[in-house]
Design a protein around this ligand. Sequence first.
Ligand code: ADP
Ligand code: MG
Length: 259
Amino acid sequence: MDIRNTVSIPTMAGDDALVVLDQVNKFYGEHHVLRDINTVVRRGEIVALIGPSGAGKSTLCRAINRLETITSGEIMIDGVRLPEEGRDLASLRADVGMVFQSFNLFAHKTVLENVMLGPVKVRKASKADARKRALELLERVGVLNQKDKLPQQLSGGQQQRVAIARALAMEPKVMLFDEPTSALDPEMVSEVLDVMLALAESGMTMVVVTHEMGFAKQAADRIVFMADGQVVEEATPDEFFTEPKTSRARDFLHKVLAR
Ligand code: ADP
Ligand code: MG
């Protein structure tokens, strides 16, 4: 008998569990923004996290990266519990790459410097190694020819691809994307989604908060639908988009698909 089928505690989810959320709760004052979140992201899995505004999607991503503390419960990355603070936190946080809606690049550093900085400062890579790797990554996301420019000289789509390269430079175990295309002009959305699709195909483990239902259908192994701080449904894209089980999900899909 496979013990994994009989033990429901997520921390026992097995070696392929990369991100484990066990009974996670978060309050902002009186406001209960994450309610008993239990889910496991497996190695190589692509999870699309979707739901209405205010559902708690960003808070959940930020909690996984320890940009926010949680009130109770536990988050484990690759079998290691996230510590509250200290040196271990910096290295664990480096295992989790994050790409935000706003590109968050360092404005006064060149594209190349933006991608080199983390590996040199946090991973203690040599400048030569960091540079070599940064150039490879910039090529991979299609902006190598922009390497000596400042972020503001790039289009939004190019900046977001640099942000992806910068996150990848840390060699994260999992990548979190929080609405990475929401701030982009429509014609730039696909160039960023294409980079994300290629990354998904390369085997990267990804959690993607998105309103791009086409991407979710195409790329995701699993849809996690959140509303009011709770996971309301978890399903394969096929199940979720053809037969959502809850009225919350049906309402949400009706609204986003009608756009
Ligand atoms: P989503 O990303 O799904 O739109 P968020 O995680 O941003 O949702 O927000 C979840 C809830 O938490 C919302 O009601 C929001 O107003 C609240 N919230 C988010 N950040 C803070 C904060 N720093 N302080 C207080 N409340 C917050
Ligand atoms: Mg959000």
